[in-house]
Design a binder for this molecule. Sequence first.
Ligand SMILES: O=C[C@H](O)COP(=O)(O)O
Length: 215
Amino acid sequence: MFVLVNLKAYPCDPVAVAEAAQDVSEETGVRVAIAPQAAHLSAVADTGVETWAQHVSPVEHGSHTGSTLAEAAADAGATGTLINHSENRLKLADVDGSIDAADRADLETIVCANNPDQIGAAAALGPDSVAVEPPELIGTGTPVSKADPDIVTDAVEAAAAVDESVDVLCGAGISTGDDVVSAQDLGATGVLLASGVAKADDPRAALEDLVEPLA
Ligand SMILES: O=C[C@H](O)COP(=O)(O)O
């Protein structure tokens, strides 16, 4: 299982969380990555943890003020990027363009989607992975893998019907090792989470609990 922790714009210490994630990953052998703010990519990557961008723009080098250039994210140490997160929705053409931009910069891609129908559409655009996240469960602490298990199994089916090579993660409300195991049992190959770690009093302990059943 792949555990991807999105720090969103939460007021946590990105380097401290990254160091904890790197330690936990090394100690357990579980793949753990951190997606910080773009301005924190270098500092997070310097810890040695696998580092992801939260977004890349569908642009090349040029006159694109305010964009997040995929090549710049890669230069800063990112090896992958989220695209079309529920909190940063893109037009279909821009999802496609962001995947192209990430591919040019050699970034692994996860395209987020709300439901299985959108997962099928996202898989058709050729990302490495997709992540299904019901928006109403994001940040609630109620795990999608328990609250709405059908959405995960249907998403796995929808992606496989389009392209069996596209992995499926699930997210929203995931915060414990039990939640991760439930996601795995439903066919997900990873989890995308945020508040369970970024808002935890002790992010290291939260990460240890998340991966403990996988170690
Ligand atoms: O990117 C992460 C997801 O939006 C899930 O957020 P959450 O773990 O706070 O529910």
